[in-house]
Design a protein around this ligand. Structure first.
Ligand SMILES: Cc1cc2nc3c(=O)[nH]c(=O)nc-3n(C[C@H](O)[C@H](O)[C@H](O)COP(=O)(O)O)c2cc1C
Length: 242
């Protein structure tokens, strides 16, 4: 079942070990922004979440809550969010500092260039960019949409736990041939989401996530986002000691 994933990675020293399979699944994950409409069984999603619930968390506090949406519920939320997005009545989400730290800024610019480039959108075309962002709220055509919430009293280390959980969801999905896109865009519309999904007061929207089978031939799924090399972000010490 891993044939496609394994075919896509280069052979290496671990190619006959479990590490090879695990690494290949991890490396095969990418943000997918065009999905086939093929349905996914509820049991498969439960199975993925059952793996993800093993993610570690500070003092085992497990801060995650997931709303899994399909069919009419997903459509109704998407429609409500599309309306809110078009009306532009919600203040922009300030989820990153402006300006970004120097090291991060060129990476964000590179992402924008690749993403809007793939969509054929000029970065000065604000209306086209708004329409591209709107595709988030349709979960990029995926059959399943997820909304992740957290008790707003929790602090940044619980959000760290959340990141571990989200990555585990994405990897468990990938191991089953499914693809995902984590989407902070949803957090801008907490009010709309809270009303539709009856989210209790005192809970924040962490992000959303699209889940489904990738449209492999879509250009927007071929962004190949680059990463810094290990030498660029890791500093080693003590390895030459006697
Ligand atoms: C927490 C989080 C939020 C994200 N939010 C969005 C989003 O709202 N819309 C979107 O299209 N991509 C979103 N992404 C996807 C990132 O743009 C993507 O992970 C990044 O460019 C690296 O590319 P890759 O995942 O394909 O390796 C998000 C990713 C993460 C981890």
């Amino acid at each position: 079942m891993y044939t496609d994933i394994l075919d896509a990675v280069e052979t290496g020293p671990h190619m006959h070990s479990d590490a090879y399979i695990v690494d290949a699944v991890i490396r095969s994950r990418k943000a997918v922004r065009a999905f086939r409409p093929d349905a996914i069984a509820k049991e498969d999603i439960v199975d993925i979440l059952d793996v993800a619930r093993t993610a570690p968390s500070n003092s085992n506090t497990q801060p995650w809550h997931v709303h899994v949406l399909s069919g009419r519920c997903k459509r109704q939320l998407s429609d409500a969010l599309a309306r809110a997005h078009t009306a532009e009545t919600h203040p922009p989400l300030q989820h990153m500092p402006d300006p970004l730290p120097d090291a991060c800024r060129p990476r964000q610019e590179e992402f924008g260039a690749r993403y809007y480039g793939a969509l054929g959108i000029d970065k000065t075309d604000v209306a086209a960019r708004l329409r591209a962002t709107a595709r988030n709220f349709d979960f990029f055509g995926a059959p399943i949409g997820m909304i992740f919430t957290i008790d707003a009293r929790l602090k940044k280390h619980s959000w760290l736990d959340y990141g571990l959980f989200l990555q585990t969801v994405m990897i468990a999905a990938r191991a089953r041939g499914l693809d995902t896109c984590a989407q902070v865009s949803f957090a801008r519309y907490r009010g709309v989401i809270a009303e539709r999904l009856r989210i209790e007061p005192g809970y924040d929207v962490v992000c959303g996530m699209s889940l489904g089978y990738a449209q492999e031939d879509s250009v927007v799924n071929q962004l190949g986002m680059p990463r810094e090399s290990v030498e660029q972000f890791a500093r080693f010490a003590g390895f030459d000691d006697e």
